[in-house]
Design a protein around this ligand. Structure first.
Ligand SMILES: CC(C)(COP(=O)(O)OP(=O)(O)OC[C@H]1O[C@@H](n2cnc3c(N)ncnc32)[C@H](O)[C@@H]1OP(=O)(O)O)[C@@H](O)C(=O)NCCC(=O)NCCS
Length: 141
């Protein structure tokens, strides 16, 4: 089941987020995102356990994906794909652009985004401690 996150989900979201950034809960204040009116936090729940989430900010016709994480035990089961599809459709028909940043060596994520029509539009050299970053974008037709 895919649904919007609630405050009850924050500890588990932070736990999954730590797989992406070691200080995830300080970088991304999920409790603030849940009430700021322009962020989306969406979770994928399987047998009452959150096994993945996606978060993004949405301004007018542009959606910027901040985090997308799937529990390692549940990967390669289309969970990230379903979260992305849900987010994009939740943004509505007026959506023109989706953007995100990804580490240049993160092949699983880059493959996933390319499958969804994202293209690499810019490379930020040494953006991460040990890696470059790609800025990827997907324009709606
Ligand atoms: C990237 C991530 C979110 C993918 O989640 P997932 O649920 O396993 O992805 P899906 O099952 O929806 O995969 C969809 C497509 O993505 C690509 N992909 C996913 N995992 C991959 C892997 N390990 N190697 C290569 N391609 C991969 C494939 O094209 C896959 O399609 P396929 O299974 O038909 O080949 C997951 O690996 C993850 O949480 N990684 C750590 C956090 C992270 O890096 N997040 C992205 C930061 S921007």
């Amino acid at each position: 089941m895919i649904r919007e996150a609630t405050v009850m989900d924050i500890p588990r979201i932070n736990e999954l987020g730590e797989l992406l950034h070691e200080n995830f809960s300080n970088l991304f204040k999920i409790n603030e995102m849940l009430k700021d009116g322009y962020s989306k936090v969406i979770v994928y729940e399987k047998q009452e356990k959150i096994v993945g989430f996606i978060s993004a900010t949405v301004f007018y016709d542009t959606c910027d994906i901040l985090s997308l994480v799937v529990d390692p035990e549940y990967r390669r089961k289309m969970i990230a794909s379903n979260l992305l599809t849900y987010l994009i459709s939740d943004c509505g028909e007026g959506l023109k652009l989706v953007t995100l940043e990804v580490a240049a060596h993160n092949t699983p994520a880059i493959n996933l985004y390319e499958k969804f029509g994202f293209e690499i539009v810019h490379k930020r050299e040494k953006y991460y401690k040990n890696d470059d970053a790609y800025l990827m974008a997907r324009k709606s037709e």
